[in-house]
Write a protein that binds this ligand. Sequence first.
Ligand SMILES: CC(C)(COP(=O)(O)OP(=O)(O)OC[C@H]1O[C@@H](n2cnc3c(N)ncnc32)[C@H](O)[C@@H]1OP(=O)(O)O)[C@@H](O)C(=O)NCCC(=O)NCCS
Length: 201
Amino acid sequence: MSFEKVARKLFRLVFPGKKPIDYSKMPNVTIGKNTEFAGSIDMSRAPNSRVIIGDDCMIGCAINLETDNAVLEIGNNVFIGGGSKIQVTSKITIESDILISTDCMIQDSDNHHVDFNIRKKDLQEWRRGYHDWTTHPSLPIKISHGAWVGARVIILKGTTIGEKAIVGAGSVVTKDVAPYTIAAGNPARMIKEIAEREVTT
Ligand SMILES: CC(C)(COP(=O)(O)OP(=O)(O)OC[C@H]1O[C@@H](n2cnc3c(N)ncnc32)[C@H](O)[C@@H]1OP(=O)(O)O)[C@@H](O)C(=O)NCCC(=O)NCCS
């Protein structure tokens, strides 16, 4: 072994640095074959929550699970860009053959109640490591097969993005996006239907 290799090994022994976390070894996390996972999963507040990711995906987003009932299911051949964040309190389903760009936010709960008297305690409870997720609605989100979600999109609780639909960059999805349509804007509204020939494969 060359002097340089020995020196490098010694250096690594003395300064091991931060070891990357192998999320596939976490209990309740399944990561399919040939999937590159470069994101993060935080289930420290919800140890019984679950994450299931299929095959052939590239996932770069941060995933936060907030209740023990929370489930995130991602199918096969799904891309989710870096800077995106998925927060699950009930269920988020992302089917197969889907592109979700960078800096998107997908959350199935509003996190706080519209009534000030209920939400005024949230900050101090959170500082003590607690949040009452039952005081405000949590509604599942579904992103259907073949959809494309542009950069910086926000997808809010209780919405479904239809099959092969597209959501334009920077949009805020507050209501369902119909299959084979393009929706854009804040709030996202249909701007076009997708011609049948573009979605036949
Ligand atoms: C949604 C998108 C695919 C539509 O492209 P397109 O079919 O060429 O649409 P057009 O440019 O013909 O726009 C049609 C109308 O929608 C509006 N529109 C398009 N994208 C919009 C958006 N993201 N937000 C708000 N309005 C939008 C246009 O201004 C235009 O309005 P008008 O009819 O009043 O002039 C494209 O605009 C987009 O947002 N792409 C996402 C790109 C991205 O985020 N890539 C990240 C890498 S994965």
